[in-house]
Design a protein around this ligand. Structure first.
Ligand code: MN
Ligand code: MN
Length: 469
């Protein structure tokens, strides 16, 4: 049947926002599922920023990247990386164009919300041994009780020895948990608001209950735990003060849904974008512009500190590239940055039909509709936002349209509902054209987050074509 005038007009004028899964070839579907199997393995191997940095360095080396300190000079096609204090990674593929014409950057973060141990964590109370924690990043505290937790991180001893701790990953290892009140005795707790039903000081991790056998000592259960730790790691209580021990969910990353179309896992903010950013860079072939991947730490607490995106180590890395490529000179670093373009590859909130009232449905990001561009983030009246220019958004659109890639443009929640931020504004402050561009996530910052496998693969494709432009 012929289309009516109105139907034809609508086809031409409306922005038809397609579901990514529709009209895919079998081959494409296979590529999506295969890529996501690798992504799931990555998530299971990388539950802390240190593990992500280590994984990234290993992959970079396998793909021919060399530590920038080991390179005397750089020429087009060379691949280099820098690991900042074992927690952040910058990597680059040198292009054929002059560096001051600008870089193509894609930047994600590899830290995720979690519970850190306090410096003096261990105590005994009520015939139990417990650890005090201090949460890292924005969490809904009640979500971290009554779930299996594992401990990962390092203990740095004053003699220089670094002890790696990883308890709970192995099926034969014990796990840990934070207890919660039973509903039978929760009358008072349940009258509290969701936000303060479980307080920060209530996030105490249960770690033991057998007393050390000695009539004469007090705190027998604490002593028994310290004795176990001393036998296993050679540490004493004082060594906790120079440790970074993180409690992360024990949950394995898994396929979700009867159709296995989604991924459920801890830490997908922002490891979904970190993995796809890294893969896009290592799979790159002889780019014209120099391409850089940034995997930053500390985004969840404001990108501060010497491993966060504010750190001078980023400029030092770019300055080193300029220097080794023989292209340094007056203001060349600044010129290079001001001519650069960047995708801030950080996740965004996906529309949840159960909580639809927090979103403006016209401007929400949906699972399975591809990567979501965010022209701006921020709070209220765009407070703290990197507001990408119309011209730059048009540039990014044209790259994605030219490559037939699905994408959406969203605003995180209703205007007065809340808000968020990424590393985008930090790089924009240096003169770089930046837009947020990441995977939509359900249950963001929860111990178990959900993404669409279509969006994960789409992110990889988008970052790749952006690098190649
Ligand atoms: Mn993030
Ligand atoms: Mn986050």
């Amino acid at each position: 049947m012929d289309k009516t005038q109105g139907e034809k007009l609508k086809e031409n004028l409306f922005d038809s926002k397609k579901i990514g899964w529709e009209n895919l070839t079998d081959e494409k579907i296979r590529s999506i599922f295969n890529f996501n199997n690798e992504y799931i393995s990555f998530l299971n191997a990388c539950k802390t920023e240190r593990e992500c940095a280590l994984f990234s360095e290993k992959l970079l080396k396998e793909k021919g990247f060399v530590n920038i300190e080991d390179k005397k000079s750089l020429k087009p096609g060379d691949k280099v990386y820098y690991v900042n204090r074992k927690k952040a990674v910058y990597a680059a593929v040198i292009g054929s164009a002059m560096l001051e014409e600008g870089l193509n950057l894609v930047g994600a973060h590899i830290d995720s919300p979690r519970l850190d141990l306090k410096p003096n964590p261990l105590y005994e109370d009520g015939n139990l041994a417990l650890f005090k924690t201090h949460y890292y990043g924005g969490i809904k505290k009640y979500q971290w009780t009554a779930i299996p937790l594992i401990i990962k991180g390092v203990i740095a001893k004053s003699d220089g020895e670094i002890i790696n701790v990883n308890i709970g990953e192995d099926k034969d290892d014990p796990i840990f948990t934070i207890t919660d009140l039973l509903p039978h005795l929760s009358n008072k707790q349940e009258k509290k608001t969701l936000g303060n039903g479980v307080a920060g000081e209530d996030l105490n991790v249960l770690v033991g209950s057998i007393p050390y056998e000695d009539e004469k000592v007090s705190e027998k259960i604490k002593l028994n735990i310290l004795n176990i730790l001393n036998n296993k790691y050679g540490i004493t209580e004082k060594d906790f003060i120079s440790a970074e021990l993180e409690l992360v969910p024990a949950f394995e990353a898994r396929s979700l849904g009867f159709d296995e179309s989604m991924v459920a896992a801890y830490g997908q903010d922002d490891r979904s974008c970190a993995y796809t950013t890294l893969r896009a860079l290592v799979d790159l072939n002889k780019p014209v512009r120099t391409c850089v991947a940034l995997l930053a730490d500390k985004e969840e607490i404001g990108s501060v500190g010497n491993t966060g995106m504010y750190s001078a180590n980023f400029e030092v890395f770019i300055a080193k590239i300029l220097d080794k490529a023989g292209q340094n000179g007056f203001n060349v670093l600044e010129k290079t940055l001001c001519n650069s373009k960047m995708l801030s590859s950080d996740v965004t909130s996906a529309a949840d039909p159960t909580y639809a009232d927090v979103d403006d449905s016209l401007n929400a990001a949906y699972l399975g509709k591809g990567i979501s561009l965010c022209k701006y983030t921020g709070h209220g009246g765009k407070g703290g936002a990197n507001d990408a220019s119309a011209e730059f958004v048009a540039k990014v659109r044209s790259i994605l349209d030219k490559n037939n890639l699905v994408y959406q443009m969203s605003d995180m929640g209703k205007v007065d509902e809340g808000g968020g931020g990424t590393i985008a504004y930090i790089l924009a402050n240096k003169g770089i054209d930046v837009i947020d561009c990441g995977v939509p996530v359900l249950s963001m910052h929860a111990p178990y987050e959900v993404t669409s496998k279509f969006d994960i693969y789409n992110a990889y494709e988008v970052y790749k074509v952006f690098y190649a432009d």
